[in-house]
Design a binder for this molecule. Structure first.
Ligand SMILES: *Cc1c(COP(=O)(O)O)cnc(C)c1O
Length: 365
């Protein structure tokens, strides 16, 4: 089976570790001798409960999360968090601050505007989202001088290929981060965040589950008028089992977490990711054909974006890469070009193969 796998550079859903896929395959119809698959088990039974508890514990252990925070497994994708965040964290209709670093942040701002006052403290739009300014230059003042409800950032812009390498530091303002495309790709200090969320399908597993890590006291701020399913407190009180959670996706996330532990934890994963990204960026910088699209200081370690001299060559590049077993390299439809998504599960050999292919393509062109 393994020898038929391609190098999958898709941005999400994205590649998963082959050994995780194989383990899931092995257990698919008969989970640990039960005579049924884990997805056929009750979400209230002891087998699935074990899967859920272990996954939560492993997230806590890997990210160093204290009991001040809840770890939740929710549905609705990262996109539902765009509205759940303002619904839950801004009960008094204070100003919510947003950094606009591109499409995913824009979508979050759009939802927040439906629900209360917002202010964009930084926008990369004028720069076509190719850079992120230092937070020291952000205008954090609120209109009425009230304390802002929170500050929202998207830690890694999957589409443009930019990433915060240093998070904003405003200790009095709860920091909320959409980490969908870089959660667990590096070591972070969770205590600097009020809340972090991530759709699983980039770095953690398959689509269908969203991991939410939220400081419990922030979750408690929610007003009475928020519908039950949309309150974090509902899911905290019921341990992510208020209703049927996405059991199979959670099981898969659990396997990925065990895999991350086998890699040695987040520091090791971070080093491997830095190595992979450096290989690719240096191939771009040392070539006359490829051109990186974002400012060096905010280049993403997860989504490497670049261009060729024209769209025909880009199409040819993608076609030949596919023929050589490297798929998913087409840039997002809104920006074009090439995007190589090199999440945790992309093996270094995949990046090596891509770099070699880029060299050959350049020589032949
Ligand atoms: C993919 C992505 C999303 C959207 O996730 P869904 O689970 O499809 O809603 C949101 N934010 C970022 C940064 C993403 O990369």
């Amino acid at each position: 089976m393994t020898e038929h796998r391609v190098y999958n550079f898709y941005p999400g859903p994205a590649t998963l570790p082959t050994e995780v896929m194989e383990q899931a395959q092995k257990e698919f119809v008969n989970y640990q001798g039960l005579g049924m698959g884990i997805m056929e088990c009750s979400h209230r039974g002891k087998e699935f409960d074990q899967v859920l508890q272990t996954a939560e514990q492993n997230i806590r252990e890997l990210m160093g999360i204290s009991n001040d925070y809840a770890v939740l497994f929710l549905q609705g994708g990262a996109s539902l968090q765009f509205s759940m965040v303002p619904m839950n964290l801004n009960p008094d209709q204070d100003t919510a601050l947003y950094a606009d670093t591109g499409s995913w942040a824009e979508k979050a701002i759009k939802e927040a505007k439906l629900l209360g006052p917002t202010k964009t403290v930084f926008s990369g739009k004028g720069n076509n989202y190719t850079s992120i300014d230092d937070c020291e230059s952000w205008d954090m003042a609120t209109e009425n001088g009230e304390d802002p409800a929170y500050l929202y950032v998207c830690s890694n812009n999957t589409i443009f290929g930019t990433q915060f390498h240093r998070f904003p530091e405003f200790p009095k303002i709860p920091l909320v981060a959409d980490m969908s495309s870089d959660i667990m790709s590096r070591v972070i200090d969770i205590n600097r965040f009020g809340m972090v969320f991530a759709g699983a399908q980039k770095n953690l597993g398959p689509a269908g589950v969203t991991v939410v890590i939220i400081r419990k006291d922030l979750a408690m701020k929610v007003g009475d008028n928020v519908p039950t399913m949309l309150k974090y407190t509902t899911h905290i009180d019921k341990g992510s089992c208020f209703n049927t959670p996405p059991t199979f996706s959670i099981y898969m996330v659990g396997l990925v977490l065990e895999w991350i532990k086998r890699q040695g934890g987040l520091a090791q994963v971070e080093a491997a990711n830095a190595h992979k990204a450096a290989m690719l960026y240096s191939a771009i910088d040392n070539s006359d054909l490829y051109r990186g699209t974002v400012e060096e200081s905010c280049r993403s370690q997860m989504n490497v974006t670049f261009r060729l001299p024209n769209e025909d060559m880009e199409a040819e590049f993608i076609k030949q890469a596919t023929e050589n077993g490297m798929v998913g390299l087409k840039g997002h439809r809104s920006v074009g070009g090439i995007r190589a998504s090199i999440y945790n599960a992309m093996p270094v050999d995949g990046v090596k193969a891509l770099v070699e292919f880029m060299g050959e393509f350049e020589r032949k062109s």
